[in-house]
Design a protein. Structure first.
Length: 304
């Protein structure tokens, strides 16, 4: 999820506890945002951002540290700070749980595992969850003037959010079952949810030298907008495939390929991108390398 949606979710969930348990409420809002502070790794470069984002601050190690601190604060007689810490770890748990439903993966089991986990249920910008959260926040602010009403509104909102996530999980499972019935190995098929419609999914079938891209209706099972993309990895210069940008993107997605090559009198230009992520025609992760006639790199453009 994007940080704005996380902040709104934390605010609506915490609204019901603001008067009775203000420290917990503040911690809950903060916990829904704090894990994404790892995005500041971008100041150290694109490589650092892709390496550290959604890793340590999104892990059981970080949450365990905060939970342990809460217990210590409670034991030493600091109930307000303990309540703040419990709110913080609850918010972090909500944040990581929602990020797990996205596509690029969360290293949530660190320090026990460095593997990234991604469920591919919800795109990281989701119109339904954003609209639901905004509506719930407005209703709680306008029509629930007492503490009990706001508490009930916040609880109902969180329950509704869980239900939305479960429905999206069911839709994603249904879509995957439909696409995987084609007989291709599961690892060669990617199914990414879209932003605007919960029932629409972006499908990529990787068949080695060619990929087939389509849009699937998860309810009807109908696929549309078929497009064939040539994969140009074979014969690609080692100057490209051994670059840090290429290896980083391949670690994030096995569907990252060279898809375009333009020849020129003084060399050629190669474009590589992740064929899974096509929401908003995004170019996130796209790598464009210009090579001279001797296959030496003249320039690189990496869109992160």
């Amino acid at each position: 999820m994007d940080i704005v949606t996380h902040a709104l979710i934390g605010s609506v969930a915490a609204a019901g506890a603001l008067e009775s348990h203000p420290a917990f409420a503040v911690g809950l809002v903060a916990g829904n945002v704090v894990p994404d502070l790892d995005a500041f790794s971008r100041v150290a470069g694109k490589q650092a951002f892709l390496r550290f984002h959604q890793t340590y601050t999104h892990s059981v190690g970080a949450m365990g540290l905060v939970a342990g601190s809460a217990l210590v604060l409670m034991v030493v007689g600091q109930p307000v700070w303990a309540e703040l810490a419990f709110g913080l770890v609850t918010g972090m748990l909500m944040h990581v749980g929602l990020d797990l439903t996205n596509s690029y993966g969360v290293r949530c089991l660190w320090p026990f595992s460095s593997k990234r986990f991604a469920l591919d249920w919800i795109f990281f910008i989701d119109a339904v969850i954003l609209a639901y959260t905004l509506l719930a926040g407005v209703l709680i602010a306008l029509f629930m003037s007492n503490e009990v009403g706001r508490a009930g509104g916040s609880i109902a909102y969180v329950v509704g959010l869980v239900c939305i996530v479960l429905v999206r999980a069911w839709l994603a499972k249904r879509a995957r079952a439909k696409v995987c019935s084609s007989g291709l190995p599961a690892e060669s098929i990617s199914i990414i949810p879209t932003t605007w419609s919960p029932r629409k999914f972006l499908v990529c079938r990787d068949q080695g030298d060619r990929a087939w891209l389509s849009t699937l209706d998860g309810i009807s099972g109908i696929e549309t907008e078929d497009q064939s993309v040539s994969i140009l990895d074979l014969g690609l210069s080692g100057k490209v495939t051994q670059s840090r940008e290429w290896t980083t993107m391949r670690q994030l997605s096995s569907f990252f390929h060279a898809v375009k090559q333009e020849e020129a009198s003084d060399g050629r230009e190669v474009e590589c991108r992740d064929l899974r992520i096509r929401n908003f025609n995004t170019r996130f992760g796209t790598l464009t390398v210009r090579l001279d006639e001797f296959d030496e790199v003249v320039s690189k453009k990496w869109e992160v």
